[in-house]
Design a binder for this molecule. Structure first.
Ligand code: PPS
Length: 339
């Protein structure tokens, strides 16, 4: 079992053993007769990374005075946390379950992730890779660095930019029935702007389901997954992409996370024991995480109630998406079985 303990309990003559998860040596001590291995530690705001050279890796400025005791201990053991550009990205799709995926996969001790959406490949590209790397969490050897920004999937320049950073970057794409995704997207926008028009008025050019689908409206446009996927496939082989069903991530998170761990080359650590179904929320929640040891769900903005949408509008949108969905199934080799 891995547990986290305070560094002052250690001395310098600490034996190590190879972690079965990380494949690297981790310190091991005896506390009250129990052998305890020490987990790779989490990020710490006391760390600074000033005056760094531009290279693939940033070694944190581990000046003894500045460094928290736990990092000082890691350094004594030859484990120097440093920030790296991401090895894997959750590139989308907005409102499909990208936050759930990130929170679930970062339960794995071999994964460290940026907590917020960094928006490097869309909004902040001109700030450069050194800036991007600064936004990554410190990792020790063997840990994977990840980030999620759902708008990358639809950003025209993003595939080329990611490729230029590292053509081996692994890409994860969560997808959900484009009709419910559009409604979810609309629900989020409406939560910020209460006088927003009805969904039906925005989704069709003449304001009703009898009219033409407005493909310029963001919530509709984003659901044409095949169009955006083609841009990524111009540069990345299919073997570097993993598609996760947003519906299955809710119905059976352990199964989807098993696929993700396999894809990332990680030992299967996160399994059904990490999840429970919260019937009030109607979603799977976590029994514990690195930050919280008690059961908890994702925040209030995940799993919102959707407004009622006219059946005719839903039918019309389903018809609209059908050929694009078929193309997407064909490209990915997966039948997502959206209605
Ligand atoms: N476990 C769990 N808990 C809560 N919510 C979950 C979960 N798994 C998937 N989802 C679905 O995630 C939807 C939000 O998707 P994203 O996280 O990609 O949204 S965002 O693009 O980052 O805003 C969110 O959409 P809404 O239901 O419309 O709120 C959920 O349906």
């Amino acid at each position: 079992m891995f547990i986290k303990i305070k560094s002052k309990a250690f001395n310098n003559a600490i034996p190590t053993e190879v972690s079965p998860i990380l494949g690297i040596k981790v310190p091991q001590i005896n506390i009250l007769g129990s052998i305890v291995r020490i987990v790779p530690l989490t990020g710490d705001s006391t760390l600074t990374a000033q005056d760094e050279p531009i290279s693939n890796t940033i070694h944190l400025n581990m000046n003894t005075r500045q460094v928290a005791p736990k990092y000082r201990f890691l350094r004594q053991q030859g484990l120097r946390p440093s920030r790296h550009l991401p090895d894997a990205l959750i590139i989308g799709v907005k409102k499909s379950g990208t936050r759930a995926l990130l929170e679930f996969i970062r339960l794995h001790p071999g994964v460290r992730a940026a907590g917020c959406e960094v928006h490097f490949f869309d909004r902040h590209y001109n700030k450069g890779l050194a800036w991007y790397r600064q936004h990554m969490p410190p990792t020790i050897e063997g840990q994977i660095t990840m980030e999620k920004t759902p708008s990358y999937f639809i950003t025209r320049e993003a595939p080329r930019r990611v490729f230029q950073m590292n053509p081996s970057t692994k890409l994860l794409v969560v997808v959900r029935d484009p009709v419910t995704r559009a409604i979810s997207d609309y629900t989020q926008a409406k939560s910020k702007k209460h006088d927003m028009k009805r969904f039906e008025e925005l989704a069709f050019t003449n304001g009703s389901a009898g009219g033409v689908v407005d493909t310029n409206w963001g919530p509709v446009k984003i659901g044409v997954y095949s169009k955006y996927l083609e841009h990524w496939l111009e540069l990345f082989p299919m073997s570097q992409l993993l598609f996760i069903s947003g519906e299955r991530l809710v119905a059976d998170p352990a199964m989807e996370i098993a696929r993700v761990q396999d894809f990332l080359g990680l030992k299967r650590v996160v399994d059904e024991k990490y999840f429970y179904f919260n019937s009030t929320k109607g979603f799977p929640c976590l029994l514990k995480s690195e930050e919280r040891s008690s059961p908890h769900c994702l925040g209030k903005t995940k799993g919102r109630n959707h407004p009622h949408i006219d059946e005719s509008a839903i039918d019309r949108l389903r018809k609209f998406y059908r050929p694009f969905n078929q193309k997407f199934y064909h490209l990915t080799g997966i039948n997502f079985e959206w209605p």
